[in-house]
Design a protein around this ligand. Structure first.
Ligand code: UDX
Length: 453
């Protein structure tokens, strides 16, 4: 088994995936460099903190920086030559045409290449279109370097990054060089061997009885597994949302429907929650990236185009419910609570709550918004006339409608009577179907869900 005290790892890119991975390897005892060109991010790590909100991460960063196992740096020349493993965790944003922008991927590989020694392993954790790894291998070969390449896609979710990384259902390792694949796998085996200690230090509940499956595949399969998994989850959400629209036109209730549908083990209940649709830094770009990469290979993934279209329709679909309710939104005071793309994160990228607020404001509504973590990250995506507030009370006071766009506990646990009192019995729009409709109605508010009876 690999010896952590004789092994150095560099993680290129300190976003959600990179920083989480770096911290975990550091906690397992590997000397771990967190490499980034963004000085602001590095300063934040140096001070023992993440630049984004993720539960449990800060205590781990703090401890690892203090004990010297996690070293933030901006210099390839410092960390790469002494690293046996170099992980690429850089961003893969989408281009305006939906295809994946691989500029950072190739820049990172080229910069690492100059400094890597022949024995090292280059590990790709970023989500890349199938075929990318072979191109990077060719770059290495052209430079006459025998660096081994392994694809090790990441499946963590924001908001539960540590738990997902340490207790995931599976880990995937793809590559031609089986020794390199085995070595990367061992890094994780050592790390997962310490998972209870790490969770305790992060002040998170230790999870029991989870066995992580280690899966070794070809390079191309590993690349395709990642995007296919995300595409399938997105498909489940858009499917549930399509059926929710039908439920709205009938007397069916989407919660009852999907509860029973998901009880079939062949289908499974996860990711069938209908509502305002998916957002974030992964699903939207992974779906469009998959469509585009398939098209380049002459394959028309019409099913994924439909998934994307249904998702894009959801914020407007919810806004239309209010339009139908009020006739016009002109001068209607509306609060949107929840700007992060989901609970537990400050990430507001492609957030359905932001999209909804913008549509309501565009329709003439006087919109106030609040999020317990994402106000700052959402601010630049909000229309100028939208008022950012600092509390639920401030956002909802005097409103004609309140839309709960993210299922933060703060919103779910807030007293329903107070929602009713401060708004003078508003229309209560449960954009994620997380409230008990009867209880909402019992306060005198009108309840609107997505596909709810
Ligand atoms: C996702 C994948 O789950 C993860 O495995 C991958 O590594 C990265 O992409 P993430 O984007 O962090 O993770 O969030 P996730 O919890 O999957 O939620 C994505 C979006 O779907 C959120 O906006 C969420 O609110 C929405 N969602 C999720 C639904 O609308 N309905 C559901 O049933 C589930």
């Amino acid at each position: 088994m690999i010896d952590p005290h004789k092994t150095t790892v560099t993680i290129i890119g300190t976003g959600y995936v990179g920083l989480t991975t770096a911290v975990l390897f550091a906690q397992a005892g590997f000397k771990t460099y967190a490499l980034d060109i963004d000085e602001g991010r590095l300063d934040s790590i140096r001070s023992g903190k993440s630049f984004f909100y993720e539960e449990g991460l800060d205590p781990l960063i703090n401890e690892s920086v203090n004990n010297g196992s996690l070293i933030p740096t901006n210099s390839y020349g410092v960390c790469i030559p002494e690293s046996q493993f170099v992980f690429s965790c850089v961003g893969t944003p989408d281009k305006p045409d939906g295809s994946t922008n691989l500029d950072f991927i190739f820049q990172a590989a080229m910069s690492a290449l100059d400094n890597m020694n022949a024995e090292s392993v280059y590990v790709q954790k970023s989500t890349v279109p199938v075929g990318t790894g072979r191109k990077i291998e060719k770059l290495f070969l052209d430079a006459k370097k025998t660096i081994r390449y392994v694809s090790n896609p990441e499946f963590l979710r924001e908001g539960s990054a540590l738990g997902d990384s340490l207790y995931g259902d599976r880990m995937v390792f793809g590559g031609d060089n089986k020794e390199a694949v085995k070595a990367v796998r061992q890094l994780y085996e050592v790390t997962l061997g310490k998972r209870s200690e790490i969770m305790s230090l992060a002040r998170l509940s230790v999870i029991n009885d989870v066995e992580t499956r280690y899966i070794e595949t070809s390079l191309e399969s590993a690349e395709l597994i990642k995007v296919t998994a995300n595409a399938f989850l997105a498909l489940k959400i858009s499917f549930a949302n399509s059926i929710a629209k039908l439920a709205d036109q009938t007397n069916a209730d989407i919660l009852e429907v999907m509860d029973a549908v998901g009880a079939d083990k062949r289908i499974g209940g996860a990711f069938l929650n209908a509502g305002r649709g998916y957002g974030g830094g992964c699903f939207p770009k992974d779906v469009s990236g998959l469509i585009s990469s398939a098209a380049k290979h002459g394959v028309d993934l019409a099913i994924m185009t439909a998934v994307s279209d249904v998702n894009a329709s959801m914020p407007k679909y919810i806004a239309n419910k209010l339009l139908h309710e009020f006739g016009s939104l002109g001068h209607k005071k509306i609060a949107v609570l929840g700007l992060s793309f989901k609970t537990g994160t400050s990430d507001a990228r492609r957030s359905p709550g932001v999209a909804l607020a913008n549509i309501l404001a565009h329709e003439g509504g006087l919109v106030k918004v609040f999020d317990p973590q994402a106000n700052e990250e959402a601010a630049s995506d909000l229309r100028r006339e939208i008022l950012l507030t600092d509390s639920i009370d401030e956002a909802i006071k005097g409103c004609d409608a309140v839309c709960i766009a993210t299922d933060w506990n703060e919103f779910k646990e807030y007293n329903l009577e107070t929602y009713a009192q401060l708004t003078r019995k508003c229309v209560f729009v449960d954009c994620m179907n997380v409230f008990d409709a009867k209880k909402v109605r019992s306060t005198g508010m009108k309840y609107i869900g997505v596909g709810r009876r």
